[in-house]
Design a protein around this ligand. Structure first.
Ligand code: AMP
Ligand code: ZN
Length: 465
């Protein structure tokens, strides 16, 4: 698998820390509002990466945070906590806001067929971990207390800007919009790890800490959650390109200072979705949400299809005209697939040929649009029989997740799941020398027209018509 790595600015061969296993972290949403379809584009990108790795045979463990505290409006250390903004806007508690928008977020992901990571953890549930990290950073001289807040001292690192292309002078505070100077900082590029209420008295959520009552900065939550649940070595970490600086830059600084070694090997960033006016925003113009697309009569998967048709490292401009086109192409594609005649035995060589091509395209830095071309080529190929095509489409859709196969085909998938579970049960019985049970499972399947075959490569099956 080849993947572009923001850290080295190169497409590299992906080699996980532990063979065959991938630990992956996705920066989760700030749950102060609905996600816009730009945010969703990033989560579709991560979903494709996650599913591709699984399709290639890796065992993936993925974690994602839910930001329910500490993300200030500037993305840096000035401005107000976005959750506080929402709390005042909606006259609710932070936890009510977080609960409501977290549910809305997962509903959106579900509609886009994005699988939920194994680990999902709200920032507010890991305060102990942040305190542990910050205490060590202070002890080791990487962090300091000033004006009631704890800051990370970036001058203690040789290469704080390792993830960005920028020079230090381009990054100074004041150059970036909306970031105010903070007299408490030794260096204006230092960043907050912990805020005490000495600066933000009205913050609703506060926890006791060795530095007084307060709340964590935004960046520390991702380091804390990632290290707590995925361990000291992370394979892939990502988000949208806006996360590169300051968020991910700060995550690397504090994590590596805390761990004393390199933390994450591959950094994966999605380019933005733009609207016709430029950057997508929750406050400007039409607030584009998944529900809005549905209200206008679109299938959310038409949007997923649109996202997959372009490369994740290219900006994509959203227009309703384009979505309309993708909706109509998706409908045609589904129709075509559902009219395929179920005939012939699976042709192994054809299956392998197309499956390999599909994997190759995805392994080439997730070239989803070329992977879709493999699907179109397959559908046009008159040399491939119906059952082979349907099997391939079913398998491709494990990654594409576009509902390409109709409901009754899904029944077949359920049957396959059932058969595989039975085979597993039978193998277990054979291992335990319980041949009576093994035979009864074989007969049970035979009654359902499923013939089990034991081969040197393992157990396979055939549906007898
Ligand atoms: P937030 O909820 O603001 O923390 O953002 C959630 C995710 O969406 C982050 O990974 C952002 O980098 C990403 N994101 C924000 N805006 C866009 C956009 N216009 N297009 C793609 N991804 C975005
Ligand atoms: Zn993060």
């Amino acid at each position: 698998m080849k993947l572009y790595n923001t850290l080295t600015r190169k497409i590299e061969e992906f080699i996980p820390y532990e063979e065959g296993k991938v630990k992956m972290y996705t920066c989760g949403p700030t749950v102060y509002h609905y996600a816009h379809i730009g945010n969703i584009r990033s989560y579709i990108g991560h979903d494709i990466l996650d599913k591709t790795l699984r399709y290639l045979g890796y065992e993936v463990t993925r974690a994602m945070n839910i930001t329910d505290v500490g993300h200030l409006t500037s993305d840096s250390d000035s401005g107000e906590d976005k959750m506080e903004v929402a709390r005042k806007r909606e006259h609710k508690t932070s936890m009510e806001i977080a609960d409501f928008y977290t549910k809305a977020f997962f509903k959106d992901l579900d509609k886009l067929h994005c699988r939920t990571p194994e680990i999902v953890s709200p920032a507010t549930e890991n305060i102990d971990m942040y305190i542990k990290i910050i205490e060590k950073l202070i002890k080791d001289g990487y962090a300091y207390l000033s004006g009631g807040n704890v800051y990370f001292d970036i001058s203690k690192l040789d290469d704080y800007y390792v993830l960005t292309n920028h020079k230090e002078d381009q990054m100074v505070v004041g150059v970036r919009e909306g970031v105010e100077e903070d007299d408490n900082k030794r260096n204006q590029a230092d960043f907050a790890l912990w805020f005490t209420t000495s600066k933000f008295e009205n913050h609703e959520l506060q926890w006791d800490s060795p530095w007084g009552k307060g709340y964590p900065g935004w960046h520390i939550e991702c380091s804390g959650i990632s290290i707590k649940y995925l361990g000291e070595h992370l394979d892939i970490h990502g988000g949208g390109v806006d996360n590169i600086f300051p968020h991910h830059t700060n995550e690397i600084a504090q994590s590596e200072a805390y761990l004393g070694h390199k933390w994450c090997n591959y950094w994966f960033h999605n380019e933005h979705l733009l609207d016709e006016t430029g950057k997508m925003s929750k406050s400007r113009g039409e607030f584009l949400t998944v529900s809005l697309l549905e209200e206008k009569g679109y299938d959310p998967l038409a949007y997923r299809f649109m996202v997959l048709s372009s490369h994740y490292r290219k900006q994509l401009v959203f227009t309703y005209e384009a979505l309309e086109q993708f909706q109509s192409t998706l409908n045609k594609l589904r129709n075509k697939i559902n009219n395929i005649k179920k005939d012939g035995e699976i042709e192994e060589n054809k299956y392998n040929e197309y499956n390999e091509k599909f994997k190759e395209e995805l392994s080439n830095d997730l070239n989803t649009s070329n992977a879709l071309t493999v699907l179109y080529d397959l559908l046009k190929d008159t040399e491939v029989n119906g059952n082979t095509k349907l099997r391939l489409v079913t398998d491709f859709d494990k990654v594409l997740s576009l509902d390409l196969i109709k409901e009754d085909e899904k029944l077949d998938k359920d049957l396959e799941k059932y058969i595989l579970a039975k085979i597993e049960e039978r193998n277990e019985a054979k291992k335990n020398k319980d041949y009576l049970l093994a035979d009864s499972i074989r007969n049970e399947l035979l009654e359902k027209n499923v013939m089990i075959k034991d081969t040197r490569e393992g157990t396979t099956y055939e549906i007898i018509k």
